[in-house]
Ligand binder design. Structure first.
Ligand code: K1U
Ligand code: ZN
Length: 175
């Protein structure tokens, strides 16, 4: 962990770390500690850089994700979601070439519902339900997968997955 001002840049776990395969638990109460964790996760995501981050990726098995898919020429729009749930998914599917901060330097096409409704609690324990499409829908589904111990490589063929895993194991040995 590296501290910049009052925010911390958290270490991101990479596969095959066993914590990434575990299921996270619901958050009962949004405490100051949870709010600090979410702020640190947002900062860590921006520094990485990435468009999303789930708490298990920083070693915390709690149902928390952060997402910001705003473009470089737009104002930042970070979502901090506690206990996010998909309440509806379209039958229409969309394919996106996904990456993952826990699976560095590997990308693969993944097919997921094109539109989803997400229910979540914000940092002030306010409930929201939003409808997402495009990259926001893809990214939220990818992050919620992390809460269930699923990585994007679990959605691709076994042969592609084993090529990526062999590359990751080699990279870890050389580091
Ligand atoms: O969960 C993660 O590890 C973050 C991941 C999210 C994601 C990317 C693509 C599709 C679905 C979900 C990333 O952010 S990987 C890095 C990345 O996509 C990116 C980095 C810099 C600029 C733009 C995108
Ligand atoms: Zn990921």
């Amino acid at each position: 962990m590296k501290r910049v001002s009052d925010l911390a840049i958290l270490d991101i776990l990479t596969a095959p770390d066993p914590l990434l395969k575990k299921k996270a638990s619901p958050v009962e109460k949004v405490t100051d500690e949870i709010r600090t964790l979410m702020d640190d996760m947002v900062e860590t995501m921006y520094v990485a850089p990435g468009i999303g981050l789930a708490a298990p990726q920083v070693g915390v098995l709690k149902n928390i994700i952060v997402v910001d898919v705003s473009g470089n020429d737009e104002d930042p729009h970070p979502y901090k979601m506690v206990n996010p749930e998909i309440t509806w998914a379209s039958e229409e599917l969309a394919t996106y070439e996904e990456g993952c901060l826990s699976v560095p330097e590997s990308f693969s096409e993944v097919e997921r519902p094109a539109r989803v409704k997400i229910r979540y609690m914000d940092e002030n324990e306010q409930e929201h339900e939003i409808e997402a499409d495009g990259l926001l829908a893809t990214c939220v589904q990818h992050e919620i997968d992390h809460l269930n111990g699923t990585l994007f490589i679990d959605h691709i063929s076994r042969i592609k997955r084993s090529i990526i895993m062999r590359k990751l194991t080699k990279m870890k040995k050389m580091a």
